[in-house]
Write a protein that binds this ligand. Structure first.
Ligand code: BTN
Length: 257
């Protein structure tokens, strides 16, 4: 059970997917984007045992050692207008949170805006979504949703050991990565419809660890203190500053609680 297996994932997945399981790859997101370039139009799940160049947001690396994490990219062709693109990541954050909660009974999982999942104030999961657009039609052509979850044991390198942890460390449960994968896929199967409906945003807000907190915002060249007051209908973070209310979109900001 400690190996990624498409047969195991497929057995529990409720919808049809193509699977690519790799021992090693630079980044599963890169691999999935190559499938798009090659004209592969099928919904595909790419998982690797280890990544040599796992990527996080804003150019950061994602630590991806062999055998202990779930490094997965989900290639989909949603039927969504571009305006919904920012919601894909927050929808996925809720999907992953629910999957982990179901398999562990851990009920204090937090989402740090935009897309990081936390257990006991340490990060267990990051999400990096990359999308392509059909400019003429104003629609999303494809989305590659990259999910990295620290599942088992793990000794983290010095520079992240105070901020990162694994599900096993925090809950004592050594989950099957295959089971987590199928559970996530089941939560993502109705993505386009659920995103349009936006009701998942309440599930997101319930788990937010920033709402109500004083935070430090780094926004391009600007750096300012603010109070996070909410998450709006586009999953943007609404903050109160000395000069009034501001709405922060993902991708452009980094926050410290
Ligand atoms: C972050 O923490 O900023 C996002 C991390 C995203 C990591 C996942 S692992 C699978 C996929 N492939 C990548 O190179 N990145 C994502």
């Amino acid at each position: 059970t400690n190996k990624i297996s498409s047969a195991m994932i497929r057995k529990q997945a409720e919808s049809e997917w193509s699977y690519v399981i790799l021992n090693e790859v630079d980044s599963t997101n890169n691999y999935a984007k190559k499938l798009v370039v090659n004209g592969e139009r099928k919904n595909t799940v790419v998982i690797a045992e280890t990544q040599t160049l796992g990527r996080g947001r804003v150019g950061r690396p994602f630590y991806s050692p062999e055998g202990s994490g779930l490094y997965m990219s989900i290639l989909i062709y949603p039927t969504l207008n571009v305006e919904y693109a920012p919601l894909i990541t927050s929808f996925t954050a809720v999907a992953v949170a629910k999957a982990i909660e179901k398999l562990t009974d851990y009920n204090a999982l937090k989402i740090k805006w935009v897309n990081d999942l936390y257990m006991n104030h340490k990060k267990i999961c990051g999400i990096l979504t990359e999308a392509g657009f059909d400019f003429e039609g104003g629609a999303i052509d494809y989305a590659v949703i990259g999910i990295g979850i620290n599942v088992l044991g793990l000794d983290f390198p010095e520079e992240i050991k105070d901020i990162a942890t694994s599900i096993e460390k925090e809950t004592g449960k050594a989950l099957s990565r295959n089971e987590i994968a199928s559970e996530i896929l089941n939560h993502l199967s109705n993505l386009s419809e659920s995103i349009k409906d936006r009701s998942f945003l309440d599930d997101y807000r319930e788990r937010s660890n920033v709402i109500g907190k004083n935070i430090l915002v780094i926004y391009g060249d600007e750096k300012f203190h603010a109070k996070a007051v909410g998450i709006d209908e586009n999953a943007a973070l609404v903050v109160e500053t000395e000069r009034g209310i501001r709405t922060l979109n993902s991708g452009e900001v980094s926050i410290k609680i």
